[in-house]
Write a protein that binds this ligand. Structure first.
Ligand SMILES: Nc1ncnc2c1ncn2[C@@H]1O[C@H](COP(=O)(O)OP(=O)(O)OP(=O)(O)O)[C@@H](O)[C@H]1O
Length: 338
């Protein structure tokens, strides 16, 4: 990325006692919601349909006006920001994508830059840069229309459009919800790679707890009226759900989900060499290692470093030890690195 477009890192978002009661309703859709989101954090809102996730998120960019309470971005009250300032500071991606069908991909991405009065060259350069960022070749895609793109490609354009003015904050409402599972996983990985570079502050709404675990720095598990049942890292929520409501959300397979978060390199590896049927990378997850163990018929799996050299082996005991050192015999538990 050129120096002129060094990305804006995230901003702090603070919601204090935010309540929204829709006109004609007695019960608020969101009641006394408070949250402090650090710059660069990726926060997932998960909860059942109708619990108030979207209403809470849309109050941050004022698509919905709060009935009471305050919301600040880097200390500034969002109610005091004019519409252009809001657009500059907050990108917005939605499930329905919302690309304009009669505009080319380049024109779609240029919508906010145009509103902000950027000149043609700056806008064109930014469009090219962003298409490259979301892995769509500008030569092929800039002049196409949305209907000439697959769902996954359209969703990438949606992300590029939200990033156009390099906002420090991104709001994402089920952005990958309408894609098939394989495309969805691909978009999630791309998105994580992108976020590693950009470090935006992101509020991401999803129904899918596994998506929340995969993407989130912290997850807010919400119940009716956007009440926060637990707000913590994926690993802590999986290991210690705060109550039955959260446990239900975690669902079955909590141990497998936890393994998905831990790199193989965190386990105490066995000695390299010996008979192994399969290999796994040191940065792959323990869930991948378990998968390889199942396919190898239980034979230890050889662990390779980034250069492809064998650095040790992993087996089922060593995987279990990472999750439950405290309940295993001391000899095994002792080998686990924190
Ligand atoms: N414009 C509106 N007028 C009145 N009630 C509304 C309005 N929009 C949403 N609601 C109600 O507010 C509550 C919260 O809705 P919201 O869309 O925020 O939930 P959600 O958790 O995002 O749901 P979903 O996952 O289904 O999108 C729901 O009971 C909904 O029916």
């Amino acid at each position: 990325m050129s120096e002129s477009t060094t990305p804006a890192a995230g901003a702090r978002i603070v919601l204090k006692d935010v309540t929204k009661t829709y006109p004609g309703q007695v019960i608020p859709a969101v009641e006394s919601f408070s949250m402090d989101i650090a710059p660069g954090e990726l926060i997932m809102f998960v909860g059942p349909s109708g619990c108030g996730k979207t209403t809470t998120m849309k109050m941050i960019n004022r698509i919905i006006e709060p009935s009471s309470g305050s919301i600040t971005i880097d200390g500034e009250d969002v109610l005091s920001l004019n519409p252009n300032e809001l657009r500059r500071r907050i990108g917005y991606v939605i499930q329905q994508i919302g690309l304009f069908p009669h505009m080319t991909i380049a024109e779609n991405i240029s919508v906010v830059p145009k509103l902000l009065g950027w000149d043609k060259k700056r806008t064109r350069d930014r469009v090219e840069e962003l298409l490259a960022v979301v892995e769509l070749d500008p030569k092929t895609f800039a002049s196409r229309y949305p209907r000439q793109l697959s769902g996954g490609q359209q969703q990438r354009v949606g992300v590029a459009r939200a990033l156009a003015a390099d906002p420090p904050v991104m709001l994402m409402d089920e952005p990958f919800g309408a894609t098939d599972p394989i495309t969805r996983e691909k978009l999630q990985s791309e998105f994580l790679r992108l976020q590693e570079k950009l470090s935006k502050t992101i509020v991401f709404v999803t129904h899918d707890f596994d998506e929340a675990v995969r993407l989130g720095d912290r997850i807010a598990v919400l119940s009716e009226r956007s009440q926060i049942e637990q707000f913590d890292t994926p690993a802590n929520i999986l290991a210690n759900p705060a109550n039955d409501y959260v446990s239900q959300f975690v669902g079955h397979g909590a141990a497998l989900k936890r393994l998905g978060l831990i790199p193989v390199g965190h386990a105490a590896l066995g000695p390299a060499g010996g008979q192994t049927a399969m290999t796994i990378g040191v940065d792959d997850s323990l869930r991948d290692a378990l998968d390889a163990l199942v396919l190898s018929g239980g034979l230890p799996v050889s662990v390779l470093d980034r250069n492809g050299s064998s650095v040790g082996t992993i087996d089922i005991e060593r995987i279990s030890a990472v999750l439950g050192a405290e309940i295993l015999p001391p000899a095994l538990a002792g080998g686990v690195r924190p």
